[in-house]
Design a protein around this ligand. Structure first.
Ligand SMILES: Nc1ncnc2c1ncn2[C@@H]1O[C@H](COP(=O)(O)OP(=O)(O)O)[C@@H](O)[C@H]1O
Ligand SMILES: [Mg+2]
Length: 254
């Protein structure tokens, strides 16, 4: 097991009288893919929002790269290398792939003392990043609105990796994608993880979890009902953990 990237210690979250999370603890290593599974309302989205700085926990502690860290805003999480990648919410549809890739980090050169965007330099950077990840986009000058959901996701993930991302959170990333795009998306997640990045993916599709994850963490009614290596469990066992057929905390060890 490589170095832990993120450790959650006893995270709780109350929404008024609702105890959405009742003390969540688990960790994720660098280069590891964790699938977060659980029934509707189990607390998965709440947990992911807390990790990404979108929601404050009621109590508990997070360690990121060995240091206590709790992002107060998504921007703070992003600056630390933790980011949620949404299917297409964070791309600007009316600008092209290169502009989306740089977004606030543009390369400029001086022309007679005036900063001018160096479009060729930026295009070269994006082309290299996408080629390196095996992502093919017909033209880098295509506006994002003309790209498929899968292509947008690929650009976002590549952008995340290129700018030094360390932990990416994906909440049902393939919900609107077709079979082939989903297959490519799963491959891309493995590729991202192979570069030492941690990936937490929420999915309700068991087959996807078993295809992509190293470890499966099951949340049930705000607690961890299972935390097992994929190679040590089976879809049936995980379903039992989700529905409560096995007592919380039991299940095959991972
Ligand atoms: N903003 C909110 N206000 C009140 N209750 C919420 C809010 N968000 C989620 N909940 C409740 O917290 C619990 C966990 O929800 P959620 O994290 O969305 O679960 P999941 O993503 O696993 O479906 C549910 O009971 C849900 O109704
Ligand atoms: Mg959810």
């Amino acid at each position: 097991m490589s170095e832990p990237l993120l450790t959650l210690e006893n995270i709780t979250k109350n929404y008024g009288a609702i105890e959405a999370l009742k003390g969540i603890s688990f960790s994720i290593a660098k280069g590891e893919v964790v699938a977060l599974l659980g029934d509707n309302g189990a607390g998965k989205s709440t947990l992911v929002k807390i990790i990404a700085g979108g929601l404050e926990p009621t109590s508990g502690r997070m360690l990121f790269e060995g240091r206590e860290f709790l992002a107060r805003t998504p921007a703070e999480a992003k600056a630390a290398g933790i980011e949620t990648v949404y299917q297409d919410l964070s791309l600007c549809t009316n600008v092209d792939v290169v502009a989306n890739f740089f977004m606030g980090r543009e390369i400029a050169r001086n022309v007679l003392g005036v900063p001018v965007l160096d479009e060729r330099a930026m295009e070269a950077v994006v082309a290299a990043a996408l080629a390196n990840a095996g992502t093919r986009i017909p033209s880098l000058r295509t506006k994002a609105e003309h790209l498929s959901g899968g292509q947008r996701q690929a650009i976002e993930l590549n952008r995340f990796v290129h700018w030094g991302g360390k932990l990416v959170l994906l909440d049902e990333p393939f919900a609107a994608l077709g079979v082939e795009q989903t297959r490519r998306g799963l491959e891309m997640i493995r590729q991202v993880a192979s570069q030492g990045i941690g990936v937490i993916i929420i999915t309700h599709i068991m087959q996807q979890a078993f295809q992509v994850a190293d470890r499966i963490v099951v949340i049930r009614q705000g607690i961890v009902a299972g935390d097992v290596a994929r190679s040590n469990t089976s879809p049936d066992a995980v379903i039992d953990m989700i529905t409560g057929e096995t007592p919380a905390g039991a299940g095959p060890g991972g």
